[in-house]
Design a protein around this ligand. Structure first.
Ligand SMILES: [Zn+2]
Length: 316
């Protein structure tokens, strides 16, 4: 059997695991990233973690295990083919860091190819091969978290664009002159369907005297979803609006790309069918032309494993 090593590099933790070609994960480990130490010590920790997994596989009595490569998923703008992190919001001060070179120097005694890509591209790759995207050719993905990430797959290949910035679906404009986005523009999907947008829209409505069980000073998207499930009218409205904004964004994307399926993941997507997905689909169907409206809209399947599975899939 073939195996590959997946590394999910985050601002807090480095997660690692061994992916079998059948999609099963084993040898999972987590070490602290320690961002403030800088890129080279982080590359050393990544290499040490990979080496531990390689040693575990080599000492395994079952000798037909073959590791074919190591893949790393990381947040930010990644120049995938040269292994460079151009910019990452999770790693302050990093500009054009040749992370793959650093890791490969640490592992120069081990003859395995190394790969890196953006965490959302990696998530979509995981879903494409072992999750909600199995059997589809043209796929888009959204991750609803602190920000709203996006990815595009065309003919089963992640599309990177001319300068590696394709797939920024979270910055689709859903409201001209709308809320300010972290990117500097106004009215992006992220400014409505990201955690900050959801919380601030709720606070604004509470300030307008809308009745609610929610405390405006300590809000999270999950609390708002819980309140909505308990029947809180404001919370229900906030999620149905969030769904509408996502449906509006998906309308533009479906008209441009005509994908077969949109996979939606991230913590906020856990609000589920009745709070979120039915509103996304209704808005999308109402606005989209006949043929592109065939696109299916489904939740991601791999949950928080998608980063590891997808990173390991870079090696295939
Ligand atoms: Zn934006």
């Amino acid at each position: 059997m073939n195996y590959s090593i997946g590394i999910d590099l985050g601002g807090t933790d480095i997660k690692a695991g061994l992916l079998c070609e059948d999609g099963s994960l084993s040898c999972r480990m987590v070490v602290s990233t320690q961002v403030d130490e800088g890129a080279k010590p982080i590359a050393t920790r990544i290499a040490e973690t990979a080496r531990k997994i390689i040693n575990t596989v080599e000492s395994d009595s079952e000798k037909n295990k073959k590791i074919i490569g190591i893949g790393i998923g990381a947040p930010g703008l990644i120049i995938a083919n040269s292994g460079i992190i151009h910019f990452s919001p999770n790693f302050p001060g990093w500009t054009d860091i040749p992370l793959l070179d650093y890791v490969s120097t640490e592992l120069d005694d081990i003859d395995l190819p190394l790969y890196i890509d953006n965490d959302v591209n990696v998530m979509i790759l995981g879903e494409l091969h072992h999750g909600a995207g199995i059997g589809y050719e043209n796929v888009i993905a959204l991750t609803l978290g602190t920000g709203v990430g996006g990815g595009v797959v065309i003919n089963r290949q992640v599309y990177h664009g001319s300068w590696n910035t394709a797939g920024e679906l979270g910055h689709t404009i859903v409201q001209p002159n709308g809320r300010k986005c972290g990117c500097g523009n106004f009215g992006c999907l992220e400014a409505y369907a990201g955690a900050k947008g959801i919380i601030e829209r709720t606070q604004q409505r509470i300030a307008e005297d809308m009745k609610t069980s929610l405390n405006p000073d300590s809000l999270t998207p999950k609390q708002i979803a819980n309140a909505a499930n308990d029947g809180d009218e404001l919370a229900v409205q906030i999620y149905s609006e969030t769904g509408r904004y996502i449906g509006i964004a998906l309308t533009s994307i479906a008209h441009i790309l005509n994908p077969q399926i949109a996979i939606i993941g991230g913590g906020i997507a856990a609000a589920g069918e009745s709070l979120l997905f039915q509103h996304i689909r209704r808005e999308f169907k109402q606005r989209t032309m006949d043929i592109p409206s065939n696109m299916e809209i489904v939740p991601a399947k791999l949950g928080n494993q998608a980063g590891l599975v997808g990173a390991a899939m870079l090696a295939y």
